[in-house]
Design a protein around this ligand. Structure first.
Ligand SMILES: NC(=O)c1ccc[n+]([C@@H]2O[C@H](COP(=O)([O-])OP(=O)(O)OC[C@H]3O[C@@H](n4cnc5c(N)ncnc54)[C@H](O)[C@@H]3O)[C@@H](O)[C@H]2O)c1
Length: 388
């Protein structure tokens, strides 16, 4: 199968991710069938698609005719996975993050879809290879990790399971480009893939700073904001929700290192239901969707250099572990998956190895977290040409 053979795509699940993926595929000219278990969930997803397209029309980025075409000619819906996948070339699954559910959905799909269809999962944390055990043709099974909100975030991580064949990974990259995304290949099915893995140790740092209680979050965020970041680290934690933040750390604790264990501060906040933006109080108080942060004082103990040094150190590990094939893939991943100004290798290219090494050693001395120890390629400066 090549790109021109792909005409119809089934999107399984019409929730936060599914409706965005369906919209993106339909706007690119694919026939799309969007599935959910209840008509009301489908109606909800369709309403969001309409709202999003109407916004584009209002901004002059899409014509009314094109919008009508997407809604009336490209999009269809179904409450049956079996019926929906019968005549498609590609299936993209976006059902809740529950292993047994994903496996049962894929077992059903694999039996009903054409034998040569490519099956993809949008899982953010689960093993692609394990989900692939539910399908008949695991060589045609891939991870396709979109970022939220799908219509605005450019990155898609295209992930190899143990048995995925290059030709299907390559085709999914082509399809991703056609639907106006930037694909980055993830060569190994490891926790966090590329982008979330690179930010994982910074999450551990945030938890450690909160537990230590000596450096004030607002004083760190003040420094970061002064450097031009749109959302500072503690603000982000509140934005995603301290329960979600804590859950992510627990996932890395199980899959990457026990040192990701979330600390007392986060557990106490969760017990008090102070979860961040969604409850109006987290690390910060939130009003009208905005955190109230006193930026009048800045810490001198933590700087953007520390956060960047951790990222570049983790990026070196991601490359050495063979998860990413090049520094460009890592930089593109971070840039387009985190909406960053640039990726870690690009940002660190003008820095002295000693500066990064010192920042990492200082963090390691202070918090005794092994993930902060500088990799040899950081110390000797060879990270500057790694994966070039
Ligand atoms: N939300 C995010 O920020 C985000 C980002 C990247 C990846 N993901 C991943 O995307 C997937 C979906 O997440 P979401 O946030 O869209 O979830 P969601 O709960 O918003 O939507 C899931 C939808 O799947 C439907 N569904 C459940 N069982 C089904 C079945 N058997 N057949 C068809 N549809 C079914 C649900 O009714 C629901 O509408 C998860 O694997 C998640 O980890 C989420």
């Amino acid at each position: 199968m090549n790109l021109n053979d792909v005409k119809k795509i089934a999107v399984i699940g019409s929730g936060a991710m599914g409706h965005g993926i369906a919209q993106q595929c339909a706007v690119a000219g694919y026939d799309v069938v969007m599935v959910d278990i209840k008509q009301e969930f489908i109606d909800n997803g369709m309403a969001k698609i309409k709202e999003s397209l109407a916004f584009l029309v209002g901004k002059g980025k899409m014509t009314q005719d094109a919008m009508n075409d997407v809604l009336n000619k490209r999009m269809s819906t179904s409450t049956s996975n079996k019926d929906a996948v019968k005549s498609v070339q590609v299936v993209i699954e976006a059902v809740p993050e529950i292993m047994d559910l994903k496996k049962s959905v894929f077992k059903e799909i694999s039996e009903a879809a054409p034998a040569d269809a490519i099956l993809a999962t949008n899982t953010s944390t689960m093993s692609i290879s394990e989900i692939a055990t539910a399908v008949k043709n695991p060589e045609r099974f891939v991870g396709l990790h979109f970022f939220n909100p799908v219509t605005r975030m450019k990155l898609v991580e295209v992930i190899y399971g143990q048995k995925s064949k290059d030709e299907y990974i390559n085709l999914m990259c082509e399809i991703s480009t056609k639907i106006d995304k930037i694909p980055v290949k993830v060569l190994k099915d490891r926790p966090g893939f590329i982008v979330n893995r690179i930010s994982a140790p910074n999450q551990a740092l945030i938890s450690a700073i909160l537990d230590e209680g000596k450096i004030q979050p607002n004083e760190v965020d003040a420094v970061m904001k002064k450097m031009g970041v749109k959302m500072a680290p503690f603000e982000v934690a509140d934005f995603v929700g301290l329960d979600v933040f804590c859950h992510t750390l627990e996932y890395y604790e199980k899959t990457l290192s026990p040192q990701y264990k979330p600390g007392k501060y986060l557990h106490d906040k969760i017990a008090k239901k102070e979860l961040g933006m969604k409850t109006g109080q987290g690390i910060y108080k939130w009003e009208d969707g905005k955190a109230i942060i006193d930026t009048s004082k800045e810490t001198t103990e933590i700087s953007p250099i520390h956060f960047l040094s951790i990222q570049i150190n983790e990026a070196v590990k991601v490359f050495k572990e063979g998860i990413a094939g090049s520094r460009k893939d890592i930089d593109d991943g971070v840039k387009y998956g985190m909406n960053a100004f640039a990726g870690p290798f690009t940002l660190a290219s003008g820095m002295q190895p000693q500066q990064i090494t010192d920042a990492l050693n200082a963090l390691y001395q202070r918090y005794k977290i092994d993930m902060f120890k500088p990799e040899p390629e950081i110390v000797d400066g060879s990270f500057k040409t790694l994966g070039a």
